[in-house]
Design a protein around this ligand. Structure first.
Ligand SMILES: [Zn+2]
Length: 405
């Protein structure tokens, strides 16, 4: 959460300070008022006033620390911490075969996860929202929580989504185009609900808990059914002017190339996404066609030439696409987060060679590269982190309304 986000969401200067103090407490776990003032380069009076409002709202609590050594003899130090118990939040990932829910407290500690299986992977927007409600109710039942305890829900979904307004331009999970989710959420869900591109939320999770911790400029490329990207620049998630940038999967890698699920041709994911690789490895085949990436890998192991060609081409194209990212962004680090089995040799080496060969050569090492299995819960955790951020803003605003009244 950042002060820029405060600007984006229209907080005034006093609320922006309260939000910064809340962020500072969250980042430090436990911290004294004096140390908050020092960290934020703010006056002790300003910090004391902001902490008073946050304490009144129940968002933080005080803990007394008795000094353990004689040097610090005197009054116990009063530390501040996030009040985890104040309410719960839900992070939700719309996947192709299930709706995954993680429930966390306001501190971000996980209460538990739940998956509601889906029988179809693409449905009308209203149906999707009803399925999300069913998933939340089932998750609460399963985890012994009440729906009324949930103060906010954040959904991550693939596609072109404006995270600020809740407007979805296109998604592979929804049958219609151009849907404003905000009124659907108000009608069918009982608490504030936010939606964002799922790769953005994975980038947020990597920034908070993963390989991006402490980094200012890094990219997360998600490779699964489609290909997504989250961009963190100067420590902030970059969303683009219309809030729907970073659709790396639809970057063109071939003029008049393979047909993509977005309706255009030659997109990166039309070569690298699971659906494209399964399609290409099945073309013209008699008998058993591969149905998954695991099947393609197994067929290549058995010496199947078409499976080998599909893996080879996909690895090379991904390497070229990553080189384009290095040339464009000069990031400190790239995380490739994939929901699929790792490719056998020589395919990882083919990808790396294409990456090295197509990166503009300068007298500096390539950025770090982490390839990780995108464990399903990481998507939902990223959504939960987004929920915590958005609900923090709402609660600071609510508190501000009370001040005026
Ligand atoms: Zn496309």
């Amino acid at each position: 959460m950042t002060s820029d986000l405060a600007e984006l969401t229209g907080l005034d200067a006093r609320d922006a300070t309260r939000l910064k103090v809340l962020q500072c407490i969250r980042a430090n776990g436990e911290i004294s008022r004096t140390d908050i003032a020092r960290t934020l380069e703010s006056s002790p009076a300003t910090v004391t006033s902001a902490c008073g409002a946050l304490l009144d709202a129940g968002l933080i609590s005080e803990v007394e620390k008795t000094p353990s050594d004689t040097v610090q003899r005197g009054r116990p130090r009063v530390m501040l911490q996030i009040n985890g118990a104040v309410f719960l939040l839900a992070g939700v990932k719309i996947a192709r075969t299930a709706i995954l829910v993680v429930i966390v407290d306001f501190k971000g500690d996980e209460i538990g996860t739940y998956a509601l299986p889906l029988t179809v992977s693409r449905m009308p927007a209203k149906e999707l929202v009803l399925q999300v409600r069913a998933a939340l109710e089932a998750a609460c039942d399963h985890l012994g929580a009440e729906m009324g305890q949930i103060a906010g829900v954040a959904l991550g979904m693939p596609g072109f989504i404006n995270g600020q307004t809740g407007f979805m331009h296109w998604s592979s999970s929804v049958t219609e185009r151009n849907v404003n989710f905000a009124p659907l959420f108000i009608e069918h869900l009982s608490c504030p609900t936010f939606i964002d591109n799922d790769a953005n939320l994975v980038a947020k999770a990597e920034h908070l808990f993963g390989a991006g911790r402490g980094l200012r400029n890094f990219l997360v490329v998600t490779v699964e059914h489609g290909v997504g990207m989250g961009i963190v620049l100067n420590g902030e998630l970059y969303r683009g002017e219309r809030g729907c940038g970073a659709e790396f999967g639809h970057a063109k890698v071939q003029v008049n190339g393979a047909v993509c699920q977005c309706g255009q041709r030659g997109c990166l994911e039309a070569y690298v996404g699971d659906y494209a690789m399964v399609r290409d490895a099945s073309t013209g085949r008699q008998g058993d066609a591969p149905k998954s990436i695991a099947d393609i890998i197994e067929a290549a192991r058995q010496g199947d030439q078409l499976a080998h060609q599909v893996l080879e081409r996909s690895s090379e194209i991904l390497g070229v696409a990553l080189a384009n990212l290095v040339n464009l962004f000069d990031p400190e680090h790239i995380v490739i987060a994939r929901s699929r089995p790792p490719f056998d040799p020589p395919y990882p080496e083919i990808m790396l060679k294409a990456l090295r060969r197509n990166t503009v050569q300068v007298d500096a090492p390539l950025p770090g590269l982490t390839v990780r299995n995108l464990d399903e819960s990481m998507w939902a955790k990223g959504a939960a982190a987004h929920g915590i951020e958005m609900v923090s803003i709402l609660k600071v605003r609510e508190r501000s309304v009370l001040d005026v009244a």
